[in-house]
Ligand binder design. Structure first.
Ligand code: GAP
Length: 527
C-alpha cells in the first residue's frame, strides 16, 4: 500500500536549480534556524559575531559526525587511541608551539569603508573569480559539444583556460614567496597590482598590511599579572603532543601509533563570515600519528588517501572534493595538503593533512626540559618520532554535509518539496514512526514499534496532520526512513517504509525493521 500522493511522479523529479549560490547559502542559513539545527549565539541580545549555538537537531547531527569520525579513527584502528585534554594549558606550551609569536593573520583595512579584511582572503577571493571564469568556459564548451565533451582535454588545450590558469599559478607562486619572506609591504603591493577593490566601497584605498595574533587571552587565579596569562587553545593538537609520553607509556603504544582528540578550539578570526565556516569558537577532530623518522612521507600519503575515503564513504559525489597541496609549507612541515570541499561559496578547506616532522615534540622537549622520545626496541634506538596530523573541523563538516544535502525538488505535479539528503549514518533521526490515523489502535501499535527500536536508533513519533505533510516534515530534517503503521499492520505485522530520497515505499515485517534500518544507515564501502 502506498500513501505518498507524489510517489507516482518519482521517475520524473526535476531538481530546481537555485537562482545563484548566494540564494542557496541564504537558504542553508535560514533552514538551519527554522528547523532547530543552528541558532545565532545570544540571539535575544542581538547575537555575538561568528559564534553559534546548535539546536535540538543540530546537536544530534554534530554528535553523529563526531561519532562517525571517532569510530573510524579510534575504534577501527587498533593503533590509535583517544584523549580528552583540558582547554586551559600551561602558557609556555603556546610559546613552544610558535603560536605566541607566529599565529597571525595578515590584516588590511580599506580606508573608505573602514572594513577590515585578511590580505590572504582578498587574494584567495580574487583567484576564485578567475576559477569561476574557467568554469564558465567549461560549461559553455560542455553545452556546445554535448556528450563528446572531454573536460580534461579542454582545460589542457583551450587557450583562454590556459591563460586563466597561468594567472592563477603566478598569483599562487608570488603569494607563497611573499608569505615565506614575511614581506607585508610586498603583500600590499600584490593586492594593488591585482587591482583588488574593497567589496563595500569599491576603492583601492588600502592601509598597510599588519600581523594580528588570533589567540584569545584570559587570566587564571586572582592575581592579575603577566605570568597568569592563559590562552584559550587555538587547536587541540598541542594537548596531544604534551601527553605523548603519558599515553605512550601508560598504553604501551608502539610506533607507529596515533592519538585522536575531539574538542573546542578558539580563534579571534578577523574576517568572521560565511556562517559556521569560520567561527571564533569551533570544534576540531584531530589525530597525531607518530612514526619512525624517514617513514613520514609514506604515512603522509597513506593518511591523505585514507582521509578522502572517509569523506567519500558518506556518499557525497567525489567531484565535490579536491586536494590542494601547499606550495607554502609551514616552517615545521615537510608536506601538507588540504581536502577542499565545494561549499555554496566555492572550493574551500575542509580538512588539513600535515607532515609535521619532529617539530612539536622537539620544541616541547626544549621548553619543558623533559625528553619526549621513544625507545624503538626493533632498532634498539631512541628517537623523537615524526608526526602526521589529520585535522578537520566538526562545524565545517556539518556545513559541507548540510549545504550539499539541502535542495528544493520540483515534482511533476508542480509541487515543490524541500529535502535534506543527509548521509543516513549522520541524520538526527534515523526513522519517523507514523500511525496513518489517530485511531483504531494505530497509535498504540506505532508506540510499540518505537519501544522496540528506540534503544538502537534515534526515532521521532508523529501523529499530527495528514500523512503527506508528515512526510514533508521528515524530508526537511533529513530523516532517511518513515515507518507508517496502517490497518494492515495490525493483521500482517508489517509496515510501510518510505525512503526519503526516492520517495519509494516498500512493505517490511516489524521483526525485520531493526536489521533493515541497520543496513540502510551504514556508510558506503569505498576502496
Ligand atoms: N592543528 C592544525 C590546525 O589546527 P588548521 O588548518 O588551522 O590546522 C584545521 O585547522 C581545521 O579546523 C580546518 O581544516 C577547519 O576545518 C577547522 N577550522 C579552522 N579554523 C576554523 C574556524 N575559525 N572555524 C571553523 N572551523 C575552523
Amino acid at each position: 500500500m502506498h500513501f505518498d500522493y507524489n510517489s507516482k511522479n518519482i521517475q520524473t523529479i526535476k531538481q530546481s536549480i537555485m537562482a545563484n549560490q548566494e540564494d542557496m547559502f541564504k537558504k542553508v542559513v535560514s533552514h538551519a534556524k527554522e528547523y532547530g539545527f543552528i541558532f545565532p549565539s545570544s540571539e535575544i541580545y542581538d547575537g555575538l559575531g561568528a559564534v553559534y549555538d546548535y539546536g535540538q537537531l543540530g546537536v544530534e547531527l554534530k554528535n553523529n559526525i563526531k561519532q562517525y569520525w571517532w569510530k573510524s579513527m579510534v575504534q577501527y584502528h587498533e593503533n590509535i587511541v583517544g584523549l580528552d585534554s583540558a582547554i586551559f594549558m600551561h602558557p609556555r606550551i603556546w610559546k613552544a608551539s610558535g603560536h605566541v609569536d607566529a599565529f597571525n593573520d595578515p590584516l588590511i583595512d580599506n580606508k573608505d569603508s573602514k572594513k577590515r579584511y585578511r590580505a590572504d582572503v582578498l587574494i584567495e577571493d580574487h583567484i576564485a573569480k578567475i576559477e569561476e571564469k574557467i568554469k564558465k568556459e567549461c560549461d559553455k564548451a560542455a553545452k556546445r559539444f554535448g556528450d563528446a565533451f572531454d573536460r580534461q582535454q579542454f582545460v589542457t588545450t583551450n587557450a583562454r583556460v590556459l591563460e586563466h590558469q597561468k594567472q592563477i599559478d603566478e598569483i599562487h607562486a608570488k603569494y607563497a614567496e611573499l608569505m615565506n619572506a614575511n614581506d607585508l609591504a610586498g603583500l600590499k603591493q600584490l593586492i594593488l597590482d591585482l587591482g583588488i577593490v574593497c567589496p563595500i566601497s569599491g576603492t583601492r584605498n588600502w592601509t598597510d598590511v599588519r600581523q594580528f595574533n588570533l589567540m584569545f587571552a584570559t587570566k587564571m587565579g586572582s592575581v592579575i599579572d603577566d605570568s597568569d596569562t592563559l590562552y584559550l587553545r587555538p587547536e587541540t593538537a598541542q594537548g596531544i603532543f604534551v601527553n605523548f609520553l603519558n599515553v605512550q607509556k601508560s598504553g604501551r603504544m608502539k610506533v607507529p601509533f596515533g592519538i585522536a582528540q575531539i574538542g573546542k578550539a578558539f580563534r579571534n578570526e578577523i574576517v568572521a563570515r560565511q556562517f559556521i565556516f569560520r567561527m571564533r569558537e569551533f570544534e576540531q577532530m584531530e589525530m597525531q600519528f607518530f612514526v619512525r623518522p624517514g617513514t613520514e612521507l609514506e604515512w603522509f600519503k597513506y593518511w591523505k588517501e585514507e582521509r578522502l575515503r572517509w569523506h567519500l564513504a558518506l556518499g557525497i559525489p567525489a567531484v565535490k572534493y579536491r586536494y590542494h597541496d601547499h606550495e607554502k609549507l609551514a616552517h615545521y612541515a615537510n608536506a601538507a595538503t588540504d581536502i577542499e570541499f565545494e561549499f555554496p561559496f566555492g572550493f574551500k578547506e575542509l580538512e588539513g593533512i600535515h607532515s609535521r616532522t619532529d617539530f612539536d615534540l622537539s620544541r616541547h622537549s626544549e621548553f619543558s626540559g623533559k625528553k619526549l622520545q621513544y625507545f624503538d626496541s626493533e632498532l634498539n634506538e631512541n628517537y623523537t618520532p615524526y608526526v602526521i596530523e589529520t585535522s578537520i573541523g566538526v562545524d565545517r563538516t556539518f556545513l559541507a554535509i548540510f549545504s550539499h544535502g539541502l535542495k528544493d525538488e520540483t515534482l511533476e505535479d508542480g509541487s515543490v518539496r524541500t529535502v535534506l539528503s543527509l548521509p543516513p549514518v549522520l541524520a538526527p533521526y534515523k526513522a519517523a514512526v507514523l500511525p496513518l490515523v489517530k485511531k483504531d489502535g494505530l497509535p498504540e501499535k506505532a508506540r510499540e514499534i518505537v519501544d522496540l527500536l528506540k534503544y538502537d536508533f534515534m526515532l521521532q513519533y508523529d501523529e499530527k496532520d495528514a500523512i503527506g505533510r508528515r512526510y514533508r516534515r521528515q524530508d526537511a530534517i533529513g530523516t532517511p526512513y518513515c515507518i507508517t503503521v496502517d490497518n494492515d499492520t495490525l493483521t500482517t505485522g508489517s509496515v510501510t517504509v518510505r525512503h526519503r530520497d526516492t520517495m519509494q515505499q516498500e512493505r517490511v515485517a516489524i521483526a525485520q525493521l531493526s536489521a533493515y534500518l541497520h543496513d540502510g544507515i551504514k556508510p558506503i564501502k569505498v576502496n
